[in-house]
Design a protein around this ligand. Structure first.
Ligand code: ATP
Ligand code: MG
Length: 224
């Protein structure tokens, strides 16, 4: 597969279960070392570099299955990410101040003791986003899976991604199965099937592409 994301865009990455969306994110973000090919970020080859080195260049990802540090507070989880993303050593109070700003943006409690155990599925997704954003990325790979959220939580998640681009100027690649939500937000879509790109284009073109309907959508998605 080969695709590019342009600065300032929200790119949707879609495809059936097991088509390779998360594997692609793992190769780009350094969680897996690619066995071939090339991954370039701002013109620099980053394929095979370590996750921290890639993060320090301004590329962050969320994980499809959230696994916060359960013994740390919400604030501490995000402060840890701020430390991880900093290229020079930052003090604990600066890391916490950054964490509070990010938590306010995503809409989670930023008190010293608010616990991760209070978070439901939607809250854990917000915490994943907050941890990624605390590293100050230019490009965010969001592996969302909003399944399990109710429709207002899903709309909120979509609105949040728009604000992350608008207010923080972050370019986004968004993986999500809820097509009606994703298609309303993204500028372009790339479609994977069995590890290969089968389509790419504007949401409307992709939603009407017979190969995409056959491999993934099953039926035409009606776009408002
Ligand atoms: N190099 C490879 N060769 C063959 N199979 C691979 C290779 N790398 C990964 N896989 C397999 O391909 C599948 C890709 O799964 P992945 O989790 O990336 O899919 P996904 O699109 O994120 O699915 P979901 O929508 O369920 O999250 C996995 O079963 C993985 O083990
Ligand atoms: Mg996945």
């Amino acid at each position: 597969m080969s695709f590019e994301v342009r600065e300032g865009e929200i790119l949707g990455l879609i495809g059936p279960n097991g088509s390779g969306k998360t594997t692609a994110f793992n190769c780009i973000s350094g969680a897996l070392a690619p066995s071939g090919g090339s991954v370039r970020f701002n013109g620099e080859e980053i394929g095979g570099r370590t996750p921290d080195a890639i993060c320090h260049r301004g590329l962050a990802r969320t994980f499809q299955i959230p696994r916060p540090f359960r013994k740390l507070s919400i604030l501490e989880n995000v402060a840890v990410a701020a430390h991880f993303g900093a290229t020079t050593r930052v003090g604990e109070s600066a890391a916490r101040a950054r964490a509070r700003e990010i938590l306010a943006l995503v809409g989670l409690p930023a008190t010293d003791d608010a616990s991760t155990t209070t978070l439901g599925a939607g809250g854990l997704k917000k915490l994943e986003l907050a941890r990624a954003l605390a590293t100050a990325p230019k490009l965010l790979l969001a592996d969302e899976s909003l399944g399990g959220l109710d429709s207002s939580e899903m709309a909120g998640a979509a609105e949040l991604l728009r604000r992350i681009r608008g207010e923080l100027g972050v370019t986004i690649v968004w993986v999500e199965h809820i097509m009606a939500t994703l298609m309303r937000v993204v500028d372009r879509v790339v479609v994977l099937d069995h590890g290969e790109k089968i389509a790419e284009g504007k949401p409307r073109e992709v939603a009407e592409d017979p190969r995409v309907i056959e491999a993934y959508l099953g039926e035409k998605v009606v776009l408002a």
